[in-house]
Design a protein around this ligand. Sequence first.
Ligand SMILES: [Zn+2]
Length: 253
Amino acid sequence: MSFFNRNRAPSRPKRSPTPTGGHRKDSGGSEPSSPSPASANLGGAAGGGPKPLYLSRPFADAALVKGNFKTIVMQPKYVDVNEWVAVNIYDFYTNLNEFYGVLTETCTQQTCPTMSAGPTLNYLWIQDRKKVPLSAPTYIDSVMSTIQNLLDDENVFPTKTSLSFDKDTFPATIKQVYIQLLRVFAHLYHAHYPQILHLRAEPHFNSMFAHFLSFGTQYHLFEEREIRGEPNAPVGVGLLWERWKSTGILEGL
Ligand SMILES: [Zn+2]
């Protein structure tokens, strides 16, 4: 029996109702931008603005899991590495999608007209080889739909023992999936942390993100620039990554 199959949920997780169609799976680009009203309210993650809440104590260090994630990201004996990466990415996707489902009322075309992730950073979606600006809810729905379609594709995420992972294409596909999920985390931290605090969900959310970063580091699923951003357009949550590295939450990876 496939290890991945045992963990696969029978039905599609809840998603935001925003309609989408025809988006490619490519990761979008990013570009510097003027601060949006939403990001201005939260202050800057870098630069001269007030420190965002997710970088402030005690919220930055709130966690369900104490210590680091080294032991739980390690590949179990006798499990194929692709199988292990697939099942974990599936879980991150499912959990993040559930989380986003709770926040959809606050992430609308009006509140989030761009896929912001820092005071000067908006991600762009790539469609037909062009970078297009999308609102955050449309961008995130495109991400989630694209990933769900990949998960449903037996040629990409095989669940039958007769099929195996394509060793030539799977690593690149899983990196694309990882980077898009990272962007969703980055937007939620940047634009929706007050709502996460309001729900008192910050220990859960921080632990999920720290686990996600630990896993991605262990299996080389992202480059540093993806979490740091560019000097003129830093990723807000890059500073949280730095902080967790210095405090040992991401230690030893
Ligand atoms: Zn939003």
